[in-house]
Write a protein that binds this ligand. Structure first.
Ligand code: HEC
Length: 414
């Protein structure tokens, strides 16, 4: 079994097809169905629409990526531990289109409406950025970390945080406390009719009406870490750190399904644009798809390459390579993928596939790939051997699996 680097000590290890190198902390879906996932491995991965293979990997943030939002007109905003917000086009290059700087602490959440981007930060502020380049609004009032932001249907920004308050920001630095719960709030989404759904430390899902009226229901025994609203606003998915994801009918607060299956607990949830399926991302480093109508798992996103490795070639090594095949082809013929093809790998200089946009570190070409250097890459990890690389942090911790992978590569990349 391939054992990838676990960033949180004591977690169980899982089988091989994880594509992220750490827990998946954030998911966002664009109107065309393109999914973006990001997490503790500092990488953002863009997936083919509908959940196909990874289309691109971006590793730019100087820390974990906590928050993603789809941008109007395509592309995504990403932010996290280092407090900078990066704006990426639909087909990302090595550098973001724009970087929004100002937060003095990690960013925990992003929201977009029209030409405005809102961010919630542990520096105690929320900010509203004009994507057209206008002035930034700095919203001060929360005591401590701001954990969540969302635009209500009426255009007002709402925020929630560690201080237990749910606030509205009508403008001119005015902050209105819409509701106060006296416990840390983590997740916030907007529903039709200017209703907000908010969740926090006590595991209660609360619906807050436009005037501050509250209805609540227990969604799990443990803190709620993420909430997603279906595109039509009629259903909610609620993820709790205790492990469960529950699906609710928003109007009646009726429990529709409890998701059961592998990949729990999760850190992030997002609905597909048609509302028929949803994605979860969590500690097992995978992105999983679920049927929103039945609550059943639809399996991990297809990470297998369409290119079948030569039949019968080193079964154990081929199995270990499944974790790589989401991003790497074995031959140039397979066409562009998120990572460079590995044909002729042994004896090839680092960063040498023509036309592939390598990171600066790999483009330097100062390592020649051999059994030894590839073994080192997956023993110490890409972030140690080639700091600044875009390949998500991962290691093959089991000597037998590593040997099998190298044997397989030696034969299959020749
Ligand atoms: C999520 C996508 C992804 C996965 C999974 C992945 N890689 Fe990569 N890999 C990349 C990217 C992107 C690069 C280019 C990095 C850069 O430019 O910094 C890369 C670069 C490499 C390189 C250097 C290639 C060169 O031309 O210099 C090797 C070797 C490699 N990967 C092997 C592997 C192996 C073996 C696995 C499985 C154990 C694996 N990768 C898993 C995305 C991935």
């Amino acid at each position: 079994m391939l054992i990838l680097l676990l960033l949180l000590a004591g977690l169980p290890t899982y089988a091989q097809e994880a594509v992220h190198g750490g827990p998946v902390r954030a998911l966002a879906v664009a109107a065309d169905g393109t999914l973006a996932s990001a997490g503790f491995d500092q990488a953002m991965i863009l997936w083919e629409a509908g959940g196909g293979r990874p289309r691109a990997v971006v590793r730019w943030d100087g820390g974990a990526v906590n928050a993603l939002a789809a941008l109007p007109g395509g592309g995504f905003a990403s932010s996290g531990e280092d407090g900078r917000i990066a704006l990426w086009p639909a087909v990302p290059g090595l550098e973001p289109l724009r970087v929004l700087e100002g937060h003095g602490g990690p960013v925990a959440a992003l929201a977009v409406r029209g030409g405005l981007l809102a961010s919630a930060s542990w520096d105690g502020t929320a900010r509203v950025w004009d994507l057209g380049g206008g002035p930034v609004r700095v919203l001060e009032g929360h005591q401590g970390n701001v954990n969540a932001v969302v635009f209500r249907g009426d255009g007002l920004l709402a925020s929630a945080g560690f201080d237990g308050t749910l606030r509205l920001w009508p403008g001119q630095g005015v902050s209105l406390t819409l509701a106060e719960f006296g416990l840390p709030l983590n997740a916030l989404v907007a529903l039709p009719g200017d209703v907000l759904a908010v969740g926090g430390a006590d595991g209660l899902l609360r619906l807050v009406g436009p005037g501050g009226g509250v209805r609540e229901v227990r969604a799990g025994a443990r803190p709620i870490v993420a909430i997603a609203a279906a595109p039509d606003g009629r259903h909610l998915a609620v993820a709790g750190l205790g492990g469960s994801v529950t699906l609710w009918e928003a109007a009646s607060l009726r429990l529709v399904h409890t998701l059961e299956g592998p990949g729990l607990p999760v850190w992030s949830v997002a609905y597909a644009p048609d509302g028929a399926s949803l994605w979860t991302g969590g500690t097992d480093r995978r992105v999983r798809r679920w049927d929103a109508t039945t609550g059943r798992p639809m399996g991990p996103i297809e990470t297998e390459s369409t290119e079948a490795p030569p039949a019968g070639l080193h079964p154990q090594g081929a199995r270990v390579f499944r974790a790589c095949s989401a991003c790497h082809a074995l031959t140039p013929a397979a066409g562009p993928m998120a990572g460079p093809h590995l044909h002729g790998l042994f004896g090839r200089r680092m960063g040498a596939v023509p036309g592939y946009a390598y990171s600066e570190r790999l483009a330097r070409g100062d390592i020649t790939w051999t059994r030894e250097t590839v073994a080192d890459l997956f023993t110490r990890g890409p972030d140690e051997v080639t700091p600044g690389t875009r390949m998500p942090i991962q290691t093959v911790g089991n000597a037998e699996d590593l040997g099998a992978l190298l044997d397989f590569l030696e034969m299959a990349t020749r």
